[in-house]
Design a protein around this ligand. Structure first.
Ligand code: FAD
Length: 453
């Protein structure tokens, strides 16, 4: 009997490279992606009809973007690529999907999960005011449709994306009011020896900062946001402090983010074990260097298994595809597989240096004021979550969710969950991993209420 086609969830660098590898071995994988076009986050393509040069869209990554797009496009007719298809639930041997307004199931025996990542958010007072966006959201507006989120935008947070998106806005002609980084200068300096080993990545980072400063844009380090302020129902300023001094900067949009969080819900629903990662300071699904998860037929590739960047995602996608082929009895190039694993480990070491240069500001989450709206879907404040911990003895995040409704809304805690666990751990006086993690629940992303599967 013929083996059923393998399924790949995600057509970003990891999923696309996995598809290329499987197709080269003569298989015809089904590739499911909720986005209308392949490319994932970094190599996102504009809608058909929008014509912009690769160099304009992808900057330093233009050549890679072209190579990745061309390799995937060349598979047309040899794979079953289904754009616009959201996988909203995963059960043994079946993926529940929503495409073009209709529900449908995809049978699968082997699946490579490559769903990527999303912005890592720490709520702060005013973050739900219209005009406050995540960094990724601000970038999607620019990359996908050539729109800026405002005419005078403040970029705030930390991570490589902070400088990259601010630079992309400045280059596109938008007015960047300031770039405010929560990482202090001393921490950044301490990370330099590790960053130097990354070569190109470090050089690009320096170049973005220099290009921003050359345009007269204020770049400040070691800040903490105080509040986004509103006027006539829209954001009008960001108040922040540096040390003991408070500042205020006028703006009509804020783009903020504190690194990335892996999209782990499908791995969770597949029963993949999780462990707390002290470097990325979040719970992540476990897999070996080949992408095998310990759950038969389930493989992980790319940022969905831990943030490592686009190049590492491609490597992981190829390696996971080779693992799938090996497990199906195909002969694979062992030397190539070993080289990919070495590359993967090298990328992980590089990631440690990046995380040291842009540390996640845990103190900002644990010190969140009681009045801050933590879960915007359900309107739950940090104080209400702390009260659940104190008064109802919610000593674990899923219990706190049941008592407070924090993380129970449309986003299923994808946005607030990681910060809620930190707020809870601090309230309980336990280490960061002590409050646990929100269990994944279907639908992993919102689906319309008026439709029934
Ligand atoms: C918003 C954002 C912007 C970024 N911009 C940059 C950048 O400009 N430069 C840079 O170097 N790095 C950037 N990164 C990081 C970079 O995108 C990643 O390191 C890299 O793209 C990871 O590749 P991937 O294949 O693992 O995931 P991705 O590129 O994220 O691709 C994952 C794909 O899976 C699909 N998907 C997810 N969940 C489902 C589901 N349930 N059902 C169906 N499809 C699903 C998504 O639509 C997406 O196409 C960005 C990350 C984010 C979150």
């Amino acid at each position: 009997m013929n083996d059923p086609p393998p399924v790949i969830v995600g057509a970003g660098p990891a999923g696309m490279r996995a598809a290329v590898t499987l197709a080269a071995a003569g298989l015809a994988p089904i590739v499911l992606d909720e986005a209308p076009r392949s490319g994932g986050q970094i190599y996102r393509r504009p809608p058909p009809g929008f014509v912009r040069a690769h160099r304009t869209l992808y900057g330093f990554e233009a050549a890679k973007a072209r190579r990745v797009h061309e390799a995937f496009d060349a598979l047309a007719g040899r794979i079953d690529y289904r754009p616009g298809t959201l996988v909203w639930d995963l059960k043994p041997h079946v993926l529940h999907c929503l495409a073009a307004g209709a529900f449908g199931d995809v049978a699968c025996r082997d699946v490579i999960l490559a769903p990527g990542a999303r912005d890592r958010v720490i709520p702060f007072p005013g973050w739900t005011i219209p005009g406050v966006y995540t960094l990724g959201g601000a970038q999607v507006a620019l990359k996908y449709q050539g729109c800026a989120v405002g005419e005078r935008v403040v970029f705030m947070g930390t991570g490589p994306l902070l400088y990259l998106v601010a630079y992309q806005y400045a280059k596109a002609g938008a007015r960047v009011a300031a770039v405010l980084d929560t990482t202090g200068f001393a921490a950044r300096r301490r990370a330099v020896p590790g960053l130097l080993r990354s070569g190109r990545t470090f050089a690009k980072g320096l170049w973005y900062v220099a290009a921003l400063r050359a345009r007269g844009i204020r770049v400040a380090n070691g800040i903490r946001p105080v509040a986004a302020e509103a006027q006539d129902g829209a954001v009008c300023a960001l108040a922040y402090r540096v040390g003991k001094s408070q500042h205020r900067i006028a703006c009509d949009a804020i783009a903020f983010g504190f690194g990335l969080s892996s999209e782990t819900q499908l791995a969770d629903l597949a029963g993949v074990p999780f462990a707390f990662d002290p470097v990325q300071q979040q719970y992540l699904p476990r897999c070996d260097d080949a992408g095998r998860t310990g759950v038969r037929g389930v493989y992980l590739a790319g940022d969905g298994g831990g943030i490592a960047g686009a190049d590492a995602a491609e490597i992981a996608g190829e390696r996971a595809a080779l693992a799938l082929l090996e497990d199906r009895g195909h002969s694979v190039d062992k030397a190539r597989a070993a080289a990919l694993e070495r590359e993967r480990r090298r990328a992980a070491r590089m990631r440690v240096a990046l995380d040291a240069a842009f540390p996640f500001p845990v103190d900002m989450a644990s010190a969140m004021t009681d009045e801050t709206v933590l879960c915007r879907c359900e309107g739950v404040t940090a104080g209400e979550l702390r009260a659940a911990a104190r008064e109802l003895h919610a000593e674990e995040i899923n219990r706190a969710k049941a008592f407070s409704r924090c993380g129970m809304g449309r986003c299923q805690g994808r946005m607030c969950g990681p910060s809620a666990a930190i707020v809870l751990a601090a309230a309980l006086g336990v280490p960061l991993d002590g409050a646990g993690r929100l269990r994944g629940q279907p639908p992993v992303k919102p689906i319309p209420m008026h439709m029934r599967p």
